[in-house]
Design a protein around this ligand. Structure first.
Ligand SMILES: NC(=O)c1ccc[n+]([C@@H]2O[C@H](COP(=O)([O-])OP(=O)(O)OC[C@H]3O[C@@H](n4cnc5c(N)ncnc54)[C@H](OP(=O)(O)O)[C@@H]3O)[C@@H](O)[C@H]2O)c1
Length: 251
C-alpha cells in the first residue's frame, strides 16, 4: 500500500478512535490501530483488512509504545499522522478521592500520550514533517464536578501541547490539540446525567478529520456552541465560575 498516507491512532478499539480510523480509511489511508483489546482491534480491522492494521498495545508501557512506532514504520513506512487518543475516565469526588484512581488516569491519559510523543517527536523533528494530534478534552479547561482526576489529566495535556508548540513551530511537524465536548462512546455511557450537545462518534470523527486535514487551527474543538461557551465561562473570576458551573450541573 505504498503511496498511501500512513496514520497511527491509539485508543482505536472503540468510540472516537475507531470512528476516526474508519473515516481515514474512507480517505484511502493505511491506519495502524492500537488499544489493549486485540479482539476489538481485529473486529475493526475486518472492515478494511488492507487498510486497518492492528498493533495491540498498552500505552502505559513506554517501551512497548516505542517498539510499536518502530514496527509500524518498518512495515508501512514513515508515519504521516499520529493521533494519541487512548484515554480512560472514572468519576471521583471528595468522598471517593483515591490516589490509585488518580494514578491510573494519569498513567493512561497523560503518560500514555507522553510515551507516544516521546516515540514520535524525534522522528518527525528529524524529518521536518508529520502531524501529531493529542486528544484532551474540554474537561481540561477548568475544574468540573466529579472530574477531579480526569479533568486534571486533560489539563496537563493541554498545557503540555501548548508548551511543545513553541518548540516545534517553524520546524516542520504539525502539533494539534483536540478538545471534544460530549461524544456518545463507552467512556461516557455510564454518565448519570444528560450530556449537553452530545455528538455521535462518526460526527466527531468528521470534525477531527476536517480540522486535521483542512483546518489550520492548533485546537480542534466541537461542538463549538458548547465548547466556546465553556471557554468563556473559564475566563470568569472564581466566584462567578463556581456559581455558574454549580447552577449548570446541579452540583
Ligand atoms: N466521549 C467523550 O465525550 C469525550 C470527550 C472529550 C474527550 N474524550 C477523549 O477521547 C478519547 C477517546 O475516548 P472515547 O470517548 O472514544 O472512549 P472509548 O470508546 O472508551 O475509547 C477509549 C479507547 O482508549 C483505549 N485505551 C484505554 N486504556 C488504554 C491503554 N492503557 N492502552 C491502550 N489503549 C487504551 C480503549 O481500548 P482498550 O480498552 O481496548 O485498551 C479505547 O480504544 C479519550 O482520550 C477521551 O478522554 C472523550
Amino acid at each position: 500500500m505504498s503511496g498511501h498516507e500512513i496514520v497511527w491512532i491509539t485508543g482505536a478499539s472503540s468510540g472516537i478512535g475507531a470512528a476516526t480510523a474508519l473515516a481515514f480509511v474512507r480517505r484511502g489511508a493505511v491506519v495502524a490501530v492500537s488499544a489493549r483489546s486485540a479482539a476489538a482491534l481485529a473486529a475493526l480491522a475486518a472492515q478494511a483488512p488492507d487498510q486497518l492494521i492492528p498493533f495491540p498495545l498498552d500505552v502505559t508501557d513506554a517501551m512497548a509504545v516505542a517498539a510499536t512506532v518502530a514496527a509500524i514504520e518498518r512495515c508501512h513506512g514513515p508515519l504521516d499522522r499520529v493521533i494519541l487518543n487512548a484515554g480512560s475516565h472514572q468519576p471521583i469526588s471528595a468522598d471517593t478521592f483515591d490516589s490509585a484512581v488518580v494514578r491510573r488516569l494519569m498513567e493512561v491519559n497523560v503518560m500514555g500520550a507522553v510515551h507516544g510523543l516521546a516515540a514520535v517527536l524525534p522522528r518527525f523533528l528529524e524529518r521536518g514533517r508529520g502531524q501529531i494530534a493529542v486528544v484532551a478534552s474540554v474537561a481540561g479547561y477548568g475544574g468540573l464536578p466529579t472530574a477531579a482526576a480526569y479533568g486534571a489529566t486533560k489539563a496537563a495535556l493541554i498545557n503540555m501541547l501548548a508548551a511543545l508548540r513553541f518548540d516545534v513551530a517553524g520546524r516542520g511537524p504539525d502539533l494539534r490539540l483536540i478538545c471534544p465536548g460530549f461524544v456518545r462512546t463507552p467512556l461516557t455511557a455510564r454518565n448519570p446525567f444528560a450530556m449537553p450537545f452530545v455528538m455521535a462518534p462518526d460526527r466527531a470523527a468528521q470534525r477531527i478529520i476536517r480540522g486535521l486535514t483542512v483546518g489550520r487551527a492548533f485546537e480542534i474543538t466541537f461542538p463549538r456552541r458548547f465548547t466556546w461557551a465553556l471557554k468563556a465561562v473559564n475566563l470568569l473570576p472564581w466566584k462567578p465560575y463556581f456559581w455558574l458551573v454549580a447552577k449548570a450541573t446541579g452540583a
